[in-house]
Design a protein around this ligand. Sequence first.
Ligand SMILES: [Zn+2]
Ligand SMILES: [Zn+2]
Length: 359
Amino acid sequence: MAKSTRRPQQIYAIVMWALSLVFAGILMGLGSLIIKDLPRVDKTVTVEQFVDAGTLSKIENRIESSEREARLLTRNTEDANSNYMSAAADYQSARASLENWRAARTATEAADQNPQVITRTKAVEALRDKERQALRVFEDAKGAQIEASRAASDLRNERAAVIKAAQPQFRKAQKAQEFKVFLYRLALTLPLLVIAGWLAMKKRDSAYWPLHRGFILFALFAFFVELVPYLPSYGGYVRYTVGLILVLIAGHFIIRAMRNYLARKQLEESRSEGERRQSIEYETALKKIAAKTCPGCDRAIVARDDVETDFCVHCGIRLKEKCGSCGERNISFHRFCLCCGETTNSGHQSQTPQNQAPA
Ligand SMILES: [Zn+2]
Ligand SMILES: [Zn+2]
């Protein structure tokens, strides 16, 4: 069966869908910009806010001074170490040269009491004492440095413990903050969803439906993409509650729509066949017949020996009729005979609806 919609109408439908999508896209961009800026309404919560400021700053000052001390002591240790190294080198070289000198002397004269020997030995001993002293200074500095860095690390541990103690309070405040942001988002997106629902129910036949449709797409996006991921969890209670409410609302409207539809169909079927056939829109009727559905009662059209029946066996509406002029079998909703081009019964009806043709 040929499509009944006029070609410009088909293009118009596509263009209008594009318009809906573009409109929705612009609204989405604007909406997500607004929603992203929302958390800035409040200042961010930090764990430091839940620690006594005096205690924390006292500990931090102590950490800073003990770290400064440790740095100073490290420098001292390095200095003492280099002093010690040079003292050790002085002593070693003095001792070696004394030994060489002595070995050279032993070969000629054996006089250990020689005052020159005594003087030189004493000088070497003085260097050895100096080396030992430098070593002691170095060890003391090293010990002090280790002590200071331990003190700093103890203080850091103390700070961590203070912050850890504040964690439960911090987390509670964080959750409260998240919930607040969620409520802001809900306050923005829920009215959009309500307006979208109203538009979907009331404005389907409006000339501005493509724009309304764009708004509905935007509202759905804002609610289900922008808001739902931010639902606070609380063990899933909020999510399931929102899900439940949505299912109940959807169920309510679907059931109501179905009942209305059935009531409407029952009312329609109580009217005369001609009235009913006339009340069905031309495009809708052709679309439904193409889908092998009765345009009167929406039930399947029955075929006998692969030929569709002239009447709907469920509601009695006329589906096919013979042309008055050439006898060709036409779809009863066509306005002109497909064979001779003569105006059909329904053609007469659509032109002069008050002039009811017999069924
Ligand atoms: Zn029917
Ligand atoms: Zn004909």
